[in-house]
Ligand binder design. Sequence first.
Ligand code: ZN
Length: 271
Amino acid sequence: MAVLALLGVLWINERPVSVIETPESEVKVLPAEVIEKIGQAQYDKSFQVPILLYHYVEYVKDTNDTIRQSLNITPDIFEEQVKTLSEAGYTFLTMRELGLIIDDKQALPEKPVVLTFDDGHWDIYTDVWPILKKHQAKITVFMITDFINGSDFLSTEQIREIVGSKEIEIGAHTVHHVSLAYESAQTLKFQVEQSKKTLEKDFGLEVVSFAYPNGALDLAAMQAVEDAGYWTAVSTVLGTNVNKGNRFALYRLRPGRLIGENLLERLREVN
Ligand SMILES: [Zn+2]
């Protein structure tokens, strides 16, 4: 229990109720060894894909829950963001599709965008999914497998309904929300591989995308992700540049509460 608390997880009874992952706690710069490896990688092309990072999309009732408030975007604003992107001609891609594009198996649309949700909270089912259906948008959700059915997270039943929908892809975010930088080979293998296997077995999926908890990674973590059979992995480092060399340390950006031209400007200014 104490160890898990140190990892940034709040536990009540047997299931975690919250993941403490604030913008402040997230990794903002890739480790030097990763930057060096990415810099040395051989690739024939590089392109810009904004991968947006979300946690909660809901009307937060508890005004004392400052973490939730700070990470939250209301459904109204999320819908405005989806509309903004759609009307500006953006094509919503899942992480699986981005993997296919990196491997030259799918064409890159003129204005690609990927919406990603970390942790797999229940509001994806109640608040986000209806908006996606209404606007033909897509997201990728990174699940923490041991937290499924926790009070703050999607339930097995909800995920069963989501699986197979064209709006939501399921990716993995470890078994216990463990930061993967400087971890033992054994921990890396378990957290990266077991979360994929559990999702695949329980929901009849092929899981190909991964997100590092707190954005924490190193070369060994990237290798564990590649060895487990994922196609891509996302960090929390700001950027939009995508190529074969950084597919296991992809950049993301936070849309915050920006809508309209302010949101479009934010997507264009980062690279
Ligand atoms: Zn997380």
